[in-house]
Design a protein around this ligand. Structure first.
Ligand code: CAA
Length: 247
């Protein structure tokens, strides 16, 4: 039977590509997205996927809320099957220079990007350990490594992922469960296109490859890390950023 793979932020730019890559790999992809989304947006997404011949269930939740994550994972496990692959992809930006950053901008990013990792992983971790197989993939960012002016909130959450991964990977290494992250560079999604045009042009000029990345270029790395024979890779981060050298 196909392993169930849950992707948070599943109907967004990166999430959609991830669901598709997981299906190509033979997984049963399930998208989890924000319960505050307009129902029309979810319906349109599902209709678009159907038109492509894909049937991807969508479940709505609030990843900042532990109870909501517990409820949605329970529902998915009852209706689709045990969650064996979790991609913590949900994330937001609330960019502002630090002197202008509000407590609301700080809180929203910390809760959506970081609390979500605990809230979702906690629901699936024990099942993975008990079954002796699991893949947890957290989506970080190049800006968690190098920092970015205007993103002290976002970069803090993305850097936190590396510590989380290494710690949890050490706890479950012998249990067949791997915990890794991917650090995308600037990918052509709505999030990046929302950057002011003049600022974005300057950023793209610093990327050696000279273009924004494609969502599918991140999705293929998700498929790689979640593969059945990827069990030797754990506590790692893979950077996929077009050659932005920062180390
Ligand atoms: N480094 C150093 N200084 C910078 C800078 C940089 N990269 N960018 C801007 N500044 C300076 C400006 O020169 C300006 O200085 P002066 O006041 O002396 O002229 C000052 O900072 C203010 O800059 P802005 O005019 O841009 O300020 P703003 O308040 O209008 O906008 C901002 C601030 C919204 C943060 C805007 O600069 C911005 O959007 N920056 C890009 C942030 C970014 O890269 N976000 C990534 C989003 S995509 C993503 O997050 C996905 C991923 O994982 C990669």
């Amino acid at each position: 039977m196909s392993k169930v793979a849950v992707v948070t932020g599943g109907i967004g730019g990166l999430g959609t590509a991830m669901c598709k890559a997981l299906i190509e790999q033979g997984r049963r992809a399930v998208a989890v997205d924000y319960n505050g989304l307009k129902p029309e947006a979810v319906e349109k997404w599902q209709a678009d996927r159907k038109a492509e011949g894909l049937d991807i269930p969508v479940y709505l939740a609030d990843v900042t809320d532990f109870g909501s994550c517990a409820e949605v994972c329970k529902k998915i496990e009852a209706e689709v099957g045990p969650i064996e692959i979790l991609v913590n992809n949900a994330g937001i930006t609330r960019d502002a220079m630090f002197h202008k950053m509000t407590p609301e901008q700080w809180d929203a990013v910390i809760k959506t990007n970081l609390y979500s990792i605990f809230n979702m992983t906690k629901q699936v971790y024990e099942g993975m350990v008990a079954r002796g197989w699991g893949r947890i993939i957290n989506i970080s960012s190049v800006n968690g490594i190098k920092g970015q002016a205007g993103q002290s909130n976002y970069s803090a959450t993305k850097a936190a992922i590396y510590g989380f991964n290494k710690s949890l990977a050490a706890e479950c290494a012998k249990k067949g469960v791997t915990v890794n992250s991917i650090s995308p560079g600037y990918i052509g999604t709505e999030m990046v296109r929302a950057i002011r045009e003049d600022v974005l042009q300057k950023i793209v000029a610093t990327v050696p490859i000279g273009r924004l990345g494609e969502p599918s270029e991140i999705a293929r790395t998700v498929a790689f890390l979640s593969a059945d024979d990827a069990g030797l890779i754990t506590g790692e981060d893979i950077t996929v950023n077009g050659g932005l050298y920062y180390r």
